[in-house]
Design a protein around this ligand. Structure first.
Ligand SMILES: [Zn+2]
Length: 405
């Protein structure tokens, strides 16, 4: 069987490791993850790697080289609820395939390769993202161990039940000596590569992101007896803001902004909404552009609220700076894409990835693989065998170029 076919088949096998029959749902530190670990460990060993598990629960496969430095490859093997087969697992399977090719050829590179299968990127179980990669990067927040899942199990208990020592997650930080960088293959999760008929794309940056919660407060009133000019309707103000968010993003090149949650309070058919709570998610590869847009939007929220005689309060929930991929590693990836006979298309990632957390440890680079319709976080996720073949070739050539550089 060819390596691209093996990679696709492995993503299908992993899909069977799920806690919901008929769907793919593979949260952190569960039996479904244990099932995934058994499979991935076996594949790593087949490719000549020594496999170990760290305390947080990442699988690490090491393929020794002739020198002391190490290149890290990898992605995540957890999933969202009702996920697709490729978001995460494809990057792990392609990395193992590239190592498999070295192993089959009996080759050693001047550096070791460590393939990391991160145990939690999506944050499905505890609502905290990049658990696996933050442990490796040494930025794991020990306060997260007190988080509880939907069944009131703490992360500390979950780590212990999964076989790790929660008190020693600090030991998961990379201690293997000099690093050459971290390179991650991932499905694009967007429509750009498909639109340009390209199998792979070079990630130039990962967009920074801000998340806010806005609360509009008006006055609840009777829907039948309160005249239109006497209302302090919080939801109408919120609706004006939703449109302002769209206008701001459309007017700003490279920006995406989303109101994904909006609730009316009290939410009754015959009550003028006295409250409205919404989420605001703003992303842009340039942090200063993002910050300026967020400021404008929050100012507009105040204006809109004043015009509607309601009040508004905003709260910053999360903020991640944007990340530039390593020029050195990206140049090598670019050469290997050219070598595969395809044009090099650079794009910024709007989604966060383990590479964001890994950038606190070492230089990072990412290769995107075209996915059908740009669909992800959905059972309809799909990639082609031909595109996977290109991804394996590009990653393999990248390893060769790195060994010459
Ligand atoms: Zn992912």
């Amino acid at each position: 069987m060819t390596l691209p076919r093996i990679v696709i088949e492995r993503c299908h096998y992993l899909a069977r490791c799920t806690e919901e029959p008929g769907a793919i749902t593979r949260p952190f530190a569960t039996d479904a993850m244990r099932c995934a670990h058994e499979l991935v460990s076996e594949w790593m060993r087949e490719a000549g790697m020594a496999v170990r598990r760290d305390n947080v629960g990442n699988l690490r496969g090491r393929f020794e080289g002739s020198g002391e430095a190490t290149l890290l490859l990898g992605s995540h093997i957890d999933s969202v609820r009702n996920a697709g087969k490729y978001d995460g697992p494809l990057g792990v399977a392609v990395a193992i395939a590239a190592v498999q090719r070295l192993h089959d050829q009996g080759r050693r590179l001047p550096f070791a390769i460590e393939v990391l299968a991160f145990v939690d990127e999506e944050g499905l179980r505890f609502g905290s993202t990049y658990l696996g990669s933050r442990a490796v990067a040494g930025t794991f927040d020990l306060a997260d161990l007190d988080r509880v899942d939907a069944s009131s199990v703490t992360m500390r208990e979950a780590v212990r039940a999964f076989g790790g020592d929660p008190g020693r997650i600090g030991d998961d930080r990379w201690k293997g000596g000099r690093l050459l960088g971290y390179c991650e293959v991932h499905i694009e999760q967007g429509p750009v590569l498909e639109a340009h008929e390209l199998p792979v794309g070079l990630v130039s940056a990962i967009a920074g992101q801000s998340r806010h919660r806005l609360t509009f407060a008006g006055v609840p009133a009777h829907a039948g007896t309160t005249p239109m000019d006497h209302r302090h309707d919080a939801l109408v103000a919120a609706a004006g803001f939703v449109l302002a968010v769209e206008r701001e993003a459309v007017a700003t090149a490279g920006m995406v902004a989303t109101v994904g949650q909006l609730s009316a309070i009290p939410g009754a058919v015959n009550v003028v909404p006295g409250g409205a709570v919404l989420s605001l998610d703003v992303r842009h590869p340039d942090d200063s552009v993002r910050a300026a847009s967020v400021q404008r939007l929050l100012a507009q929220a105040n204006e809109i609220a004043a015009g509607r005689k309601v009040r508004v309060a905003s709260e910053l929930l999360a903020e991640n700076r944007s990340l530039d991929c390593s020029p050195r590693l990206t140049a090598l990836l670019s050469r290997s894409i050219e070598g595969s006979g395809h044009p090099v298309w650079r794009l910024a990632s709007g989604a966060g990835h383990d590479a964001v957390a890994m950038s606190d440890l070492t230089d990072v680079a990412m290769l995107f693989v075209r996915c059908k319709g740009g669909v992800s976080h959905n059972p309809a996720e799909s990639v082609t065998m031909d595109d996977v073949a290109v991804a394996i070739d590009v990653l393999f050539t990248f390893l060769e170029l790195l060994s010459e550089s």
